[in-house]
Design a protein around this ligand. Structure first.
Ligand SMILES: Cc1cc2nc3c(=O)[nH]c(=O)nc-3n(C[C@H](O)[C@H](O)[C@H](O)COP(=O)(O)OP(=O)(O)OC[C@H]3O[C@@H](n4cnc5c(N)ncnc54)[C@H](O)[C@@H]3O)c2cc1C
Length: 508
């Protein structure tokens, strides 16, 4: 019997190391589809920037696939209705995709598609594409499995397909046709070729000072890999990045460069470690991981504070500069993301869900597993991580010592003297006038008083944690989600200091 295969592109917009494509290349007839789903467009974490990035990547992918004889359809619609319509023209009996560990709407959609496939006798094969393991029973030995997946040979890119000639792809829609507003951000360029060039430049030179660069929002712009949107949209495979990094480490003589790249390699494992949490417990997108923290913030959401935080108008210059920079570019380095969330969670005492949705819309690299795990971790609701309360003033001093970042993004403060730049409310009235920045008129007074706010947050969270039931719950969370140091290969163990566990006390 002839085999008719449909490749369903999801968050894997590439040719390289793509198991569904390689499988479809063996079929008697093949087609490929990408769905722009109404649930995605309407989801509270989705944004037109995400859609624009996907469309740019799709335009390139479509050309590359067409050159190999495979038409890539891009259809707007709900998955099962589109598949139903498509089957009338192309009666596929096999659906091929990668596994997706996404937001709640995609989780529910996959369940519906699985039922549809069963009803229509379509065999749906989902291939893993990261180190996250579906149906994982225990975290023991997870790192070893991750290593085995990442070291396995990449899937060769097919050179040709027996494409289905009757399928004529229509023009790609644009944002306006999808009813979306322009995003107004200066985004990284999309596409597999750009992603590969970004990886190459990072390994060849940009990443040589990686560990010293990543804490500063300015230095990380160049010294961080900037691969996150490409990984989130699958324009690169995790295995490809891992293997290129291992190869680069092997050829470098300089021990500092090797240490830097090993630090980066460790982050790739973190990526999958966090995705695994959501894969194992999809509810963490919506509910506190530690139920002992339920009720602490839920009834007290202060919308005015939230809106000031979103607008970059909290009166804390480092927080505001980070927020404004993120809103303009769709990217921010890890430490400053953590500071933004810590400020929302502890200083402003906001529940993590709404700030998390807002940030998800801003981050071009929105990856549900990392995002929601980090939102909870930085808000103190995981039950297992040390509470990290970032002081925006200290972060400014440590990571923007000459004030360039703050002055770039908060121009109201351009003439504030450097010693007072992170705390402009300390300026005397005469200094405010001289700097052209009257607090409360040209730039907001601090939204909250830091010391009192943090004391309140600490008291309430530690009280919740002291409960014996909370401790028992924390042990269970650690057993289910905590990283294990065992199971790493000798090279990683030997260099453990530069590849710390994401659960360790990394930051202040
Ligand atoms: C509240 C919060 C939300 C976040 N949301 C996301 C998200 O939605 N998507 C996302 O990709 N990253 C997220 N991160 C993690 C991190 O901030 C970004 O991965 C990083 O800033 C991306 O820049 P880069 O690619 O230059 O990172 P690099 O430092 O070059 O890291 C390389 C890759 O490793 C992974 N990585 C790096 N740091 C982490 C980390 N702490 N945890 C897990 N994986 C990591 C990412 O895939 C990243 O692209 C979040 C962090 C916080 C604190």
């Amino acid at each position: 019997m002839s085999q008719r295969s449909l490749v369903w592109f999801k968050r894997d917009l590439r040719l390289r190391d793509h198991a569904p494509l390689a499988t479809a290349a063996q079929a008697d007839a093949a087609a490929a589809i990408y769905l722009i789903e109404p649930d995605w467009l309407a989801s509270p974490e989705g944004s037109s920037a995400h859609v624009a990035f996907a469309l740019e990547g799709l335009a390139q992918l479509r050309r590359a696939l067409a050159a190999r004889g495979l038409p890539l359809l891009v259809e707007v619609g709900e998955a099962c209705s589109v598949f139903e319509r498509l089957r009338a023209r192309f009666p596929f009996d096999e659906l091929l995709s990668h596994e997706e560990t996404g937001s709640g709407w995609s989780y529910r959609r996959d369940q519906v598609v699985a039922a549809w496939c069963r009803r229509h006798s379509v065999a749906w094969t989902e291939f893993p594409q990261t180190g996250a393991v579906r149906g994982l029973r225990s975290r023991d030995g997870w790192a070893r499995r991750w290593q085995a997946r990442m070291d396995a040979p990449q899937v060769p890119s097919p050179t040709g397909f027996r494409g289905e000639a009757c399928l004529e792809p229509q023009d790609l829609p644009d944002l306006a046709r999808l009813g979306l507003e322009p995003h107004g951000k200066q985004l990284q360029m999309a596409g597999e070729a750009t992603a590969e060039a970004t990886l190459a430049s990072f390994l060849a030179h940009r990443g040589h000072d990686y560990l010293k660069s990543i804490s500063s929002p300015l230095r990380a712009e160049r010294g961080g890999s900037r691969l996150s949107p490409y990984l989130a949209f699958g324009m690169l495979s995790m295995r490809q990045v891992h293997q290129a990094t291992v190869a680069a480490i092997a050829t470098r003589e300089d021990t500092g460069v090797r240490r830097a790249l090993r630090g980066f390699a460790g982050r790739l494992r973190w990526h999958c470690h966090f995705v695994q949490k959501l894969e194992s417990q999809p509810s963490l997108e919506f509910r506190n991981l530690a139920r002992a923290t339920d009720g602490l913030r839920e009834g007290e959401f202060d919308r005015a504070r939230f809106e000031a935080w979103c607008a970059g108008a909290t009166g804390y210059p480092m927080v505001d500069a980070c927020m404004r920079s993120l809103r303009a570019t769709g990217w921010l380095n890890f430490r400053m993301r953590a500071m933004l969330v810590s400020f929302a969670a502890y200083h402003l005492w906001l529940h993590w869900r709404e700030p998390g949705l807002f940030l998800a819309r801003q981050f071009l690299d929105y990856e549900a597993g990392i995002h929601w795990s980090q939102m909870q971790m930085q808000s103190g609701t995981t039950g297992i991580n040390t509470l990290r309360m970032y002081s925006p003033t200290k972060q400014a001093r440590d990571h923007d010592p000459d004030g360039r970042f703050i002055r770039r993004w908060v121009p109201e403060l351009a003439r504030v003297p450097l010693p007072l730049l992170a705390e402009p409310w300390r300026m005397e009235p005469s200094q405010q006038r001289a700097a052209g920045c009257v607090i409360g008129r040209d730039y907001p007074a601090p939204l909250v008083e830091e010391k009192a706010a943090l004391t309140h947050a600490r008291d309430r969270l530690y009280a919740a944690r002291r409960d014996p039931l909370a401790r028992r719950e924390a042990d269970a969370i650690q057993a289910r989600h905590g990283s294990r140091r065992s199971g790493l290969p000798p090279t990683t163990r030997r260099h453990r200091t530069s590849v710390p566990s994401p659960q360790a006390d990394l930051f202040e």
